[in-house]
Design a protein around this ligand. Structure first.
Ligand SMILES: [Zn+2]
Length: 147
């Protein structure tokens, strides 16, 4: 149905948004639903953010771990994480000097996997390669020399 300002056909409908409203308002309301979805799609629509999400498949990761993995500046990574956080995909946890992120909507991985069936890119080809890292999860407890 085309979006027209003079669409004044009135009818009662409770199917969308659970409200009894005129057609024009009802249409605006249904568009709002797509706006929410668009916000989420926009959050995914960035190569660095897709790479970060792939890294977070394995669980929580420190920002410094992402730095080591992708060789991006911390400010750049934080900027991308902020977008994912605003979209409700990840959440942050601070532990001393370390800042950890984790995915709180793991359903998002099914979306990424579904997209890959369209692009034909095998998930293993897109998984980030791990570089040497000094984050708490990568550095094991130092072994004390025996005296
Ligand atoms: Zn690490």
């Amino acid at each position: 149905m085309p979006v027209t300002a003079d669409h004044d056909k009135t009818h009662l409908d409770t199917s969308l948004c659970g409200l009894i409203i005129i057609q024009k308002i009802e249409y605006r309301c249904s568009v709002k639903i797509y706006e929410q979805e668009t916000k989420l799609y926009k959050a995914l629509m960035h190569p660095a953010r897709l790479a970060i999400l792939d890294l977070l498949r394995k669980g929580e990761a420190c920002v410094c771990h992402m730095e080591a993995t992708f060789k991006f500046r911390q400010a750049y990574i934080s900027q991308q994480l902020m977008v994912l956080r605003d979209a409700g995909v990840v959440e942050v946890r601070r532990d001393g000097l370390n800042i950890f992120y984790r995915v709180i909507r793991p359903e998002i991985f099914a979306v990424l996997d579904a997209m890959r069936t369209v692009t034909g890119i095998h998930p293993s080809a897109a998984r980030p390669k791990q570089n040497a890292c000094t984050c708490p999860n990568c550095v094991s407890e130092p072994v004390m020399p025996r005296s």
